[in-house]
Design a protein around this ligand. Structure first.
Ligand code: SAM
Length: 250
């Protein structure tokens, strides 16, 4: 006779083997994680996200990035060429927010590289313009699930903490894959399904990702999970800091 425990184990094994099937999360993380996107339509959820970033929370985003050290750790990623911007000619910054990553792009990308920043929130782009004080980046209001760019328009993409605002990542990743040339590289930073990730999701009304599931989804849309990156050696040892990966368009 097959016991309940064996049946549960078999189900877990089946899910793991399926690759993209959702992995069970620890109960506490599951309780903590923001669930709005699972309860309403994507359009309703997207309106909520836009409101969050247009409003006071969006106004303190740049300060939050500074206090959480994301600004300085992000700069380090480019300065130390863990993600190498040299040679990139057309760079797309996804969900630019207050221009945290765009600022690093302006500093570390080749001077002739064109930089395009887009965001769902027009108010965030206004803030980004104010912070960057430069006419170099092009700013576009757009939704990651419907990009207003032609196929193979970019040879480099940076996507920092945006993908967690999509209930189904494959839609946004497929769009990014479409606008990337073959061989183009992407730096993807996103929230992981850890305890601190669950807190982040609660604060910013987003979801978290299981590393293995996300890797499988990337591969499905033609984005090779090229190499995992870590902000510092300590982050690597502690497996902290969320998912940070270089993807290459096949
Ligand atoms: C946490 S901020 C990230 C800012 C910056 N990229 C960084 O790395 O710090 C998330 C940004 O993604 C934007 N965003 C959320 N969903 C989006 C979507 N579907 N399309 C485009 N931008 C989106 C939000 O408006 C917000 O400005």
């Amino acid at each position: 006779m097959v016991s309940k425990t064996d049946r549960r184990r078999a189900t877990r094994r089946k899910r793991r083997n399926a690759g993209t099937a959702e992995q069970p999360k620890p109960v506490l993380n599951r309780l903590l994680e923001h669930r709005l996107m699972r309860r309403v339509s994507f359009e309703e959820y997207r309106d909520k996200v836009r409101d969050v970033y247009n409003g006071p929370q969006g106004a303190i985003l740049a300060t939050c990035s500074m206090l959480s050290l994301h600004t300085s750790l992000g700069a380090r990623m480019f300065r130390e060429r863990k993600f190498d911007l040299r040679g990139a000619r057309r760079i797309l910054d996804v969900g630019s927010g207050a221009g945290q990553i765009a600022k690093h792009l302006m500093k570390y990308a080749d001077p002739e590289a064109e930089i395009t920043c887009f965001d769902l929130s027009h108010e965030m782009l206004r803030r980004a313009r104010g912070r960057l004080k430069s006419s170099r980046p092009r700013f576009v209001v757009a939704d990651l699930t419907h990009l207003p760019f032609g196929d193979e328009s970019f040879d480099c993409v940076t996507c920092g903490y945006v993908l967690e605002h999509l209930p189904d990542p494959s839609v946004g990743l497929a769009e990014l894959s479409r606008v990337m040339q073959s061989g183009a590289r992407m730096l993807l930073l996103t929230t992981e399904d850890t305890f601190s990730g669950a807190w982040t999701s609660r604060l910013w009304c987003c979801r978290t990702y299981n590393r293995g599931e996300l890797a499988a989804t990337c591969e499905q849309v033609g984005l090779q999970w090229h190499r995992e990156l870590w902000f510092t050696h300590m982050h690597r040892v502690l497996r902290a800091g969320g998912i940070c990966v270089e993807l290459v368009r096949r």
